[in-house]
Design a protein around this ligand. Structure first.
Ligand SMILES: NC(=O)c1ccc[n+]([C@@H]2O[C@H](COP(=O)([O-])OP(=O)(O)OC[C@H]3O[C@@H](n4cnc5c(N)ncnc54)[C@H](OP(=O)(O)O)[C@@H]3O)[C@@H](O)[C@H]2O)c1
Length: 256
């Protein structure tokens, strides 16, 4: 496949880092972004070390700040060229009973998990349309497709971003641009480690037991590996006929 310029948001750790690794291993140039300079530079150095022939760039950006989104794209364009593959992965979760969910928690989930991907997609599209080729993959969640207790704001933001993906895919299908979402279940990342810690604190169970309980909730009886999510992202990059999909990588939790 032709080498492409890829931008992966939230790539300092977890799923985003695995996606950056996968795309670099496939022969693409990759820009990794996150808020922490230390985190993003360490991740970029790791990816570069294993893929010495590729251009790998670390960019610091807080995606809830509109000016940062613009600056991030400009930095990538100057260093590598127009973004041809956008992986909108940065996100986070917060848990609370619906009646205790504050406006601030709600706004943050919507800003980071829905509005930030919208701004990135809107910024990436013109260059893709000019080139007549582009790939956009949003890392959503299994809760983009079903409701789950205690995560109403997160669930609403992920349902919303799947709507964005489907609308964009319909709008640009004839322009050589595909737009898809990956919908993972519980993945073995630092974000899930936080979930495990809060289950442990709430229930009094040890960390290993809490992690086991989470793994058992998935039909495959284990956490998803970040590399398995990255493989699904790569599939969306190489296959131009898959468009407007929310691809479940959840061990069989949602059958659709
Ligand atoms: N882990 C799971 O079980 C799971 C399941 C389904 C879906 N997902 C989704 O998958 C995506 C990645 O999850 P993960 O588990 O890999 O999370 P993670 O380990 O917490 O990593 C999140 C990444 O996003 C970055 N980030 C967070 N807030 C940001 C902001 N405001 N601006 C820019 N970057 C930001 C983080 O770096 P900084 O903190 O330095 O900014 C980090 O690189 C998220 O969208 C999540 O909702 C995860």
């Amino acid at each position: 496949m032709t080498a492409r310029v890829c931008l992966v948001t939230g790539a300092s750790r977890g799923i985003g880092k695995a996606v950056a690794e996968r795309l670099a291993a496939a022969g693409h140039d990759v820009a990794l972004t996150a808020r922490s300079r230390e985190g993003v530079e360490a991740a970029a150095a790791d990816v570069k070390e294993r893929n010495s022939g590729r251009a790998v760039l670390g960019v610091v950006a807080d995606l809830t700040v509109p000016a940062d989104v613009e600056r991030m794209f400009t930095e990538v364009e100057r260093a590598l060229g127009p973004v041809e593959v956008l992986v909108a992965n940065a996100g986070s979760g917060s848990a609370a009973p619906l009646v205790e969910t504050t406006d601030e928690q709600w706004q943050h989930m919507i800003e980071l998990n829905l509005t930030a991907p919208f701004r990135c997609v809107r910024r990436a599209l013109p260059a893709m349309l000019d080139a007549g080729w582009g790939r956009i993959v949003v890392v959503a969640s299994v809760v983009a497709k079903r409701g789950e207790s205690l995560v109403s704001a997160y669930t609403a933001s992920k349902h919303g971003v799947l709507g964005l993906v489907r609308a964009a895919a319909a709008e640009y299908a004839r322009e050589g641009v595909t737009v898809n979402a990956i919908c993972p279940g519980y993945v073995d990342t630092p974000m899930t480690a936080e979930t495990v810690a809060s289950i442990s604190a709430r229930s009094g169970r040890g960390l290993a037991e809490a992690r086991q309980a989470l793994a058992r909730r998935q039909p495959i009886g284990r956490l998803v590996d970040p590399g398995e999510v990255a493989e699904a992202v790569h599939f969306c990059v190489v296959n131009g006929a898959v468009n407007g999909q929310g691809i479940n990588v959840d061990g069989g939790a949602v059958q659709s």
